[in-house]
Design a protein around this ligand. Structure first.
Ligand code: ATP
Ligand code: MG
Length: 434
């Protein structure tokens, strides 16, 4: 039975634990959207963006900046800080006939959403959808004209627009780079963004000279950045220097995405709160990184795959466990998934549908499928290899209640294997004794 007193006790215990290991506001400092007021190792880039913004605005130039860099390298953070600084400095000099607008392109909204967000930022009451690009464009032009303002627009995550029709994003680029009293910043992960553009007029006005490349953070830089966050979020000594070292090395090896480091640190905080650990040294950090990886991959499988895809994936996993092999034959997987569908009371599927599910898993990067010849005149076979860690599939099975009967079946295979191994050890010991 639910008791309010029990709940109260549990909550106050958690609060006490959090006082022991964590500082107030710890979650805020580990949130990837938190922008530190003076970030380390990006002062040169912030200064460069800021100087360019001030230069464009004070000379009313029709120019643009291209910001390149891999995810989590501080591009958005640097632009936001440079924008704030430029606004302050220009206003101090009495220049206020300008507006800097920051918008983020989304994967689904396309060019119209970017344009409508810009209009909203300019205080224009426009419909979110339904207007043509030309109509949005004239609202922006009319703003520049009527308000007598110079406009700088930053489109962050520009790559999301590349899935739209080429004519649309090229029209946007053309407008942003050819309109008087308008300049722009485009932020992208693609170093070769220019290759996506085929319109010669757009290419000729895109200021590739004004490109700022955000180099991936080195291990030492990652360490400095993460250590600062650790000091803000955790009580002294809770996370050792060696633990930060291990994490920084991992983050730098994977490309230097600070978000990954922050996400592991958040996971550390949650683990402390759950009372699983009282401090984090080198070894527990290695353990946490592994757990975090499994959880992340497992969550992804659990939340993105359909039930049918999950059944196929569970069958691949079961075959791997039974055969003790890393690659399995697709025919064998077909048989096992058919059995799994039966125990879940699902109707059977034919081979063609199975191939569709398999290719979906392959496109999603979960498995790799290879067709290999059986030998002269004996046809082809398909081998499947799992690209995700085994434990992430187990995590998915544990999380999705609908898959419970399959999980029981797989646990019985694991138990059998354990018993077999124990038996072999016992026999080996006996042999040694006699
Ligand atoms: N130099 C730094 N100092 C402190 N924190 C940083 C630094 N660089 C990045 N971060 C942290 O990482 C977060 C993510 O950085 P940011 O959003 O700027 O990455 P990005 O380069 O824009 O990535 P994406 O290409 O995925 O959009 C920041 O909000 C900040 O919390
Ligand atoms: Mg960004």
């Amino acid at each position: 039975m639910f008791s309010l007193d029990d709940l109260k006790k549990k909550v106050s215990e958690q609060i006490e634990t959090s006082f022991k290991y964590l500082k107030p506001g710890w979650q805020k400092y580990l949130d990837p959207s938190y922008i530190p007021p003076t970030p380390l190792h990006r002062d040169a880039e912030i200064q460069e963006i800021c100087l360019k913004l001030i230069g464009f605005i004070s000379s009313k130039a029709t120019r643009n900046i291209l910001i390149y860099g891999i995810p989590g390298s501080g591009k958005t953070m640097s632009f936001i800080l440079a924008k704030k600084l430029a606004e302050e400095l220009l206003k101090e000099k009495g220049i206020d006939d300008f507006e800097i607008v920051y918008v983020r392109a989304s994967t689904t909204g396309g060019v119209s959403q970017v344009m409508s967000n810009i209009c909203w930022e300019l205080g224009r009451d426009v419909p979110k959808r339904g207007l043509s690009f030309r109509e949005y464009m004239s609202i922006v032009e009319e703003y520049i004209e009527n308000e007598k303002k110079y406009l700088h627009i930053c489109v962050d995550e520009f790559d999301n627009l590349l899935v739209a029709k080429k004519e649309l994003y090229e029209a946007l680029l053309y407008f942003f780079t050819r309109t008087e009293n308008l300049s722009a910043t485009f932020i992208t992960n693609k170093v070769d963004l220019a290759k996506e553009i085929t319109d010669g007029r757009v290419l000729s006005t895109l200021d590739t000279i004004n490109a700022i490349y955000f180099k991936p953070y080195t291990k030492e830089q990652v360490r400095d950045i993460l250590r600062e966050r650790v000091e803000q979020a955790f009580k002294e000594g809770v996370i050792t220097n060696e633990a930060i070292e291990v994490l920084s090395e991992r983050v730098a090896d994977e490309g230097g995405d600070i978000r990954k480091g922050l996400s592991v640190l958040l996971f550390c905080g949650e683990s402390l709160l759950r009372g699983e650990r009282s401090s984090i040294d080198r070894e527990s950090m290695e353990q946490i990184i592994m757990e975090h990886e499994i959880l992340k991959d497992g969550e992804l499988l659990n939340s993105t795959l359909s039930l049918s895809d999950k059944i196929v994936l569970a069958a691949i996993y079961a075959c791997m466990l039974t055969n003790r092999e890393n690659k399995v034959l697709s025919d064998e997987v077909f048989g096992i998934q058919d059995y799994f569908r039966k125990i879940l009371n699902k109707t059977s599927i034919n081979n063609d549908t199975f191939s569709v599910y398999l290719s979906r898993l392959s496109t999603a990067g979960v498995v790799e499928v290879k067709r290999v010849g059986r030998g002269r005149g004996r046809g082809m076979v398909s081998y499947i290899r799992l690209k995700y860690p085994h434990d992430s599939v187990k995590y998915m099975l544990e999380k999705d209640n609908k898959l419970r009967p399959i999980l029981n079946y797989i646990n019985s295979i694991i138990d059998e294997r354990k018993k077999e191994i124990e038996e072999r050890i016992r026999l080996a010991k006996e042999k040694r004794l006699f």
